[in-house]
Design a protein around this ligand. Structure first.
Ligand code: BTN
Length: 317
């Protein structure tokens, strides 16, 4: 009931009368009054004016299933949301849920992770009430060899969502880190369970440093948050919504060809080091060159003195 009333208050342009809420949801005045009080307790500022009704005037930066569901505008992402105040890792949770039958589009969100996973076996640290930790479950009809491109699709969606919510230009550091003014603000970890030619499920995990005021010394040089970059706090639920709205658009365009031919230009426009010198940390032999953009399959095109090389994995600095 809380979520329904919250959504009704949000949709309304002005006040919504208690009577209207009772009729719409088929509940008593007392039930509406109780739900409004619970919302106030959760931190929502709700004005109540006699003969006019209720109006929402302030939203707290909290994450909850209610909050996320009430602002949801996506088509298929987040029809089912699992929210945890604390969990080990949203990727681990999501993989388990996917194995247990959770549907394509199910979203797992946490306020804090105790065992957040980063790429290459690294961790991903978290403080409660500051960041976004979320994972989307996908069960696409996709050849497993095309799955890694989804990580670039996710990077595009996060960059665009951040720009929409903050006005700041977020760039993509190939393949899928998001940087602002050269410092990392987002990490993405995509994991897959598959047979040779069949995807069981893919989980796309996204960590965003949103309202962090500082970082541990060992990462402070390379990490930043939206708050540190803009000086303004960002409503996390609104940013989550924006990211997945963008993801749905990009995902459709990716799935149309099962590659990045339709997204490549836009990805390149957001590429942090396009036209710049990069060092490719190839495990066999690191090399230097100039990053030119990506191929239809998401490889990074790097021109060295001798040749054009296509980088499909590894890190670029
Ligand atoms: C990286 O190393 O850059 C990737 C970090 C990915 C972190 C996110 S936070 C939400 C999701 N759950 C995890 O355990 N990891 C990803």
């Amino acid at each position: 009931m809380k979520a329904k009333i919250l959504a009704a208050l949000r949709e309304a342009e002005g006040y919504v009368s208690g009577q209207e809420l009772c009729e719409r949801f088929g509940v008593s005045r007392t039930a509406v009054w109780k739900a409004i009080n619970q919302l106030k307790k959760d931190g929502y500022e709700i004005e109540a004016v006699q003969n006019r009704g209720y109006r929402i005037v302030g939203t707290p930066d909290i994450l909850s299933e209610n909050e996320l569901s009430s602002i949801r505008k996506t088509d298929w992402i987040g029809k089912k949301i699992y929210y945890y105040d604390e969990t080990d890792s949203t990727n681990v949770r999501a993989s388990r849920l996917a194995e247990e039958g959770a549907e394509h589009g199910t979203l797992v969100v946490a306020d804090q992770q105790d065992a957040g996973k980063g790429r290459r076996g690294r961790g991903w640290s978290s403080l409660p009430g500051t960041g976004i930790f979320m994972t989307l479950i996908l069960k696409p009809e996709l050849n497993p060899s095309n799955a890694s491109m989804l990580t670039l699709v996710a990077a595009m969606a996060v960059a665009k969502g951040i720009t929409r919510c903050t006005g700041m230009e977020a760039k993509i550091k190939w393949p899928n880190d998001i940087v602002i003014n050269g410092k990392k603000v987002v990490g993405i970890l995509t994991e897959m369970s598959a047979q040779m030619d069949y995807v069981n499920h893919i989980v796309v995990g996204i960590g965003i440093n949103v309202n962090n005021e500082s970082f541990p010394e060992e990462i402070a040089q390379n990490a930043t948050s939206l708050l540190l970059q803009s000086g303004k706090r960002v409503n996390r639920a609104a940013l989550i919504e924006a990211v997945w709205e963008e993801f749905e658009h990009y995902y459709d365009r990716f799935m149309a060809y099962q590659d990045l031919r339709d997204l490549r230009k836009e990805y390149d426009a957001s590429l942090a080091n396009k036209g710049q010198k990069v060092r490719v940390l190839d495990p066999k032999e690191p090399f230097d060159g100039v990053a030119q953009g990506i191929t239809d399959r998401g490889e990074l095109i790097v021109d060295t003195w001798e040749a054009r090389k296509l980088v499909s994995s590894g890190e670029v600095s």
